[in-house]
Ligand binder design. Sequence first.
Ligand code: FAD
Length: 382
Amino acid sequence: MNRRNFFEKVIPASLAVGAVASSCAPKAQRLYTDKHYYINKGYHQIPKLRLSMDRIVKETVGLRPFRASGPRLDVETLGSKTIVHNYGHGGSGWSLSWGTGNIARNNVLATKEKKIALLGCGAVGIATARLLQESGCEVTIYTKDVPPNITSNLATGTWSPASRVCDMKVAKPELQGIIEEAARFSFRRFQFLLGMDDIACWAEEYSVFNQAPVYIPGAGGEDFEIHGLVPERVRLSKKEHPFKADHVTRRANLMFNIPSYLRHHLNDFLIFGGKIKIQEIKKPEDIDALPEKVIVNCMGLGAKPVFNDQELTPVSGQLSCLIPQSEVNYKLYTQGASFISRKDGIYIGGNGIVGNWDTTPSKEQTEKTVGILQKLMQEMRG
Ligand SMILES: Cc1cc2nc3c(=O)[nH]c(=O)nc-3n(C[C@H](O)[C@H](O)[C@H](O)COP(=O)(O)OP(=O)(O)OC[C@H]3O[C@@H](n4cnc5c(N)ncnc54)[C@H](O)[C@@H]3O)c2cc1C
């Protein structure tokens, strides 16, 4: 008879639990002075990052395509062509890609054309192209570059549908509703991707601050909150987290494993008969020369010179990539630094420089963010 069978046969279950607990009680108290903390620590499991400069294997600087009035989603006529715009998503292009893609799709369908040219092969372009295919369109993507040589590959990859998406002082009041509707459409699409080799997944997100974080518009937090999609943030008491900080919140958030996500959707695009042509559009005449009558513009920052968009400006963001650590499966942000754990690495970031076109990574920026997170990890209990 094994040990479990012995207990089941000899003592009623309720008595057995009581007997075992009381016989262990003095020992447990001796080992774990703070039992409540121990239970939470065991339950939430927050493993530490292995942080050192020699574990940084890649540094990148990506340029968020920012427009103060928000993404451009209108339709214009250029000679004999109809141009459907879908660019300028700032720090929200991943999150909004399906939602603004749906707006662009409706604008395309209103033309009744079925052979569509789509400029750009980033997160926004690929999502829009797939939606058009689902509506029976024949889509050819014309693009200067394909993944991984695009801005979308240089993103953090988290659900942030209103991050640096506009300047609320400049944007029209109706923009918030448009973004919210786009976010809701995207959110539903992302649910279909869950469980597919983790190209999209849920992860815990901690915010760790000494004081309640103050919202500064355009500083990287959400420009406005969209409620009812991801769970609300929960404030944790000191016993519920291991950080040396007074203001800690946790919520579950969506994240995207960028390389596999892009590959998955590009493969789908090709399976459904899509074509990709490598071609740089330098001037409006290049668009006029395309065989298709309806053109969807998803060129991100690349739209600026072609359409003389004075408003479109880069907000650069540096990411430093640590070797992946499979046990670390959460996201964290704190004053001056953040990180997200993806399949391809742990991406440390936290900055945004408005108007900066320079994509040269700065060693100082990496050292700064690594230093902030190193201190946070050293001060962590456990
Ligand atoms: C550091 C950083 C972190 C970010 N984190 C997040 C995040 O967590 N969540 C989120 O939602 N968003 C995030 N973003 C924002 C997001 O990455 C962008 O909004 C998004 O990538 C924009 O996608 P896109 O397809 O419009 O542009 P791009 O990815 O730049 O794609 C544009 C495409 O157009 C092509 N193109 C450009 N010019 C031309 C031309 N002249 N002729 C032909 N083709 C051309 C390019 O080759 C490319 O294929 C982040 C951005 C950065 C930089």
